[in-house]
Design a protein around this ligand. Structure first.
Ligand code: ARG
Length: 662
């Protein structure tokens, strides 16, 4: 059901005799901000009045005379300069809601405009610990896939693993030089992580040593600039003072950033120098960065030994990643990593050159893109291919193999520039059959506002993070007042299931609740809370309905079957709280359409949170089990059942489960 679309259609019909742009004017139907003006408002009479040279109120009256909405609205009223206010009829809301209750798609029509989407998400770099950013990509990508599928679109999901880059050179180098064979025998995954971290620390150390001097000079120079600017601000004439102080503030900000950079470099240096073992290794491997690049290049060149190591070690790295997917209940249709495209890369460069789109510049092969300062490099001087080259090959392969209408890249906003260039290159190549979208997202921050690092500060331990969430959920939810009131009391098994559902749900929900482009602060405490905009709050709203149904000794199936039989007469929407809840529930399809248009699952989260809150209001104002008569009770049972079904379906579209009791 799409109420707004229906009203627009009716209004467009009425406007046909007034204007050639009827549909455009009709699109001016919007939900009202204030219920005292009804549910929807159309303000087309004002611009139309101008066009026709008539007073808008008069035009509004003429439109209303032609408007055929009797079956679903109260008689329209005209307010102010010519607003047309529409209030839906209670019996119409109740009838549509009753039909929705017996529809197993919760009233959501499969789209008539079916498209094939290819979704590229998660895509972690193997060998390197997966980080929270990859969880965010995974969760957003998974939810978009579920929603698109539910709307009736075709989806193909592809995990574009980074399984062929420098990080593998790092693991190979570490394996050759730092491996503890016993530890590897016993537990290969943590041992691989350990050697990766050693190599990483040593490379960072060398880089930091090389750049800290310059960074310090920059920071000091900035200090001097600030002193000068402060003095200038002191001495400035009143008219200039404001500008001068602003300049000081800007300099101070930049100086803080410069100081932070120095601090970060020093931390990397200390991490090695304060650790006797790492210190020795650093002395023994001064050329480690170059050596790692060489290992990577050998792998790419088909060196037998390195290829063998790659094949041997890759499954261990995948184990680690798969544990995270299992915990999050994530599956992909395809997992075509970067390595899959390796053999196609020379052809990509060849084709670009042949078509005159790429040219050599300072030894590298570049694609020069209109509107960009720097070109897109597709092959380095030493012959190595780049991330962009692989993405061009991937795009070509996907088009040929899957013929998608749209490709969604759910990737961190920091790669915005890469995707802008990739899409521009695709346009220059004449690729116009698929719409390409970078569904970018922001950073997960810690309480201090810095990018979140998980336990041990290494960005490792993602599984640990999920375990923490489940443990915390166990404490909060299973020992809450509400849980204590449950009869019979929760069994240990049930408690574990609830903790799992709420804990994992909390992480996903928090990732999805914020608009994807904004950063957000990660707080386990807030995430598993039973109050506020959390998974637990919405899951609890669902469980509470189940409790009521148990209290009434009925079931969802029974109530839905009754709705099917009685068609449109199982509920009334007489009370404001009932009416407002039902009206929201009927907007499910519209919300999903909006998520699809904006690739923004947070709109669905907002919707579910709103439903959960409206349910709470309804209980307060309209008792269900203690309703005044049997008919009212049956109607209310039907209303809360519909709410529960939509909550469950909505959460499922976010990849979040529900439990019958909590
Ligand atoms: N592996 C990359 C990273 O972790 C993300 C890949 C995204 N997908 C793509 N087609 N570039 O940063």
């Amino acid at each position: 059901m799409q109420i707004q679309a229906l009203l627009r259609k009716r209004l467009a019909d009425a406007l046909e005799t007034f204007s050639a742009e009827a549909a455009e004017f009709a699109s001016m139907v919007r939900p009202t901000q204030d219920p005292k003006f009804g549910d929807f408002q159309a303000n087309c009479a004002m611009p139309l009045g101008k066009q026709l040279g008539k007073p808008p109120r008069e035009v509004a009256a003429e439109i209303v005379a032609k408007l055929d909405v009797e079956d679903l609205c109260e008689p329209p009223s005209i307010a102010g300069p010519g607003f047309i206010n529409l209030r839906l009829r209670e019996d119409w809301i109740a009838a549509i809601a009753s039909q929705t209750l017996s529809d197993d798609r919760c009233g959501v029509q499969p789209t008539a405009d079916r498209k094939r989407f290819l979704l590229d998400y998660s895509s972690p770099n193997v060998a390197k610990p997966m980080h929270v950013g990859h969880i965010r990509s995974t969760v957003i990508g998974d939810s978009l896939t579920r929603i698109l599928r539910f709307l009736g679109h075709e989806t193909i999901t592809d995990n574009h693993l980074g399984d062929w880059g420098t990080q593998f050179g790092m693991v190979i180098y570490g394996y050759r030089n730092f491996l503890n064979a016993d530890a590897f025998q016993r537990e290969p995954v943590p041992e691989l992580l350990r050697i990766y971290q050693i190599v990483n620390a040593l490379i960072d150390y060398r880089k930091a040593l090389g750049s800290v001097g310059e960074a310090k000079r920059r920071a000091e120079a900035m200090e001097a600039d600030i002193k000068e600017a402060r003095a200038a601000a002191e001495a400035a004439a009143p008219a200039e003072a404001k500008k001068a102080h602003k300049a000081v503030a800007a300099l101070e900000r930049r100086s803080r950033a410069a100081a932070e950079e120095v601090e970060a470099l020093q931390t990397k240096i200390r991490a090695v120098e304060d650790d006797p073992e790492l210190r020795t290794l650093a002395e023994q491997h001064p050329q480690i960065a170059v050596a790692v690049l060489e290992e990577t290049a050998k792998l790419h060149a088909g060196d037998e030994e390195n290829l063998r190591l790659w094949k041997q070690l890759l499954p261990y790295c995948m184990d680690e990643i798969n544990r995270v997917y299992e915990r999050l209940d994530i599956r992909f249709d395809h997992t075509l990593g970067e390595s899959f495209y390796h053999a196609m890369l020379p052809g990509v460069v060849e084709q670009l050159r042949a078509r005159g789109l790429a040219a050599e510049s300072e030894g590298a092969v570049c694609v020069f893109l209109e509107g960009f300062d720097a070109p897109m490099i597709v092959q380095k001087q030493d012959g190595a291919y780049l991330y962009a080259t692989t993405d061009l090959a991937t795009l070509e392969y996907r088009r040929e193999t899957f013929r998608p209408d749209e490709i969604l890249y759910v990737v961190d906003f920091r790669q915005g520039d890469h995707f802008k260039k990739l899409f521009a290159a695709a346009a220059q190549l004449g690729i116009a059959d698929a719409k390409l979208v970078h569904v970018s997202f922001g950073t997960v921050l810690d309480q201090a506002g810095r990018p979140l690092k998980t336990r041990s500060g290494t960005l490792a331990g993602l599984v640990g993070l999920l375990d923490d969430a489940v443990a915390r959920a166990y404490e909060v939810v299973c020992s809450s007042e509400q849980a204590e009131r449950l009869n019979p009391p929760l069994s240990e098994q049930e408690k574990r299931e609830i903790a799992d559902c709420v804990g994992i749900g909390a992480i996903k929900y928090a990732d999805l609740a914020h608009h994807r482009t904004s950063d957000y602060k990660f707080s386990l405490e807030k995430m598993v809370s039973l109050d506020g905009n959390t998974a637990a709050y919405v899951q609890y709203a669902y469980a509470r309905v189940q409790g009521i149904l148990r209290g009434a000794e009925t079931s969802e199936a029974e109530i839905c079957a009754r709705a099917e039989k009685k068609k449109d007469r199982v509920m009334v929407a007489g009370q404001p709280a009932e009416r407002s809840l039902l009206l929201s529930l009927l907007q499910f399809e519209e919300v999903l359409q909006q998520v699809r248009e904006e690739y923004a699952p947070n709109l669905l989260v907002d919707f579910l949170y709103d439903i959960a809150k409206k349910l709470a209001v309804m209980y307060e104002q309209c008792p269900v089990l203690k309703a005044e008569d049997a008919e009212t009770r049956a109607s209310r049972l039907a209303i809360v059942t519909l709410a529960a079904r939509i909550l469950r379906q909505g959460l499922q579209l976010l990849g979040i489960g529900v439990v019958p009791r909590m």
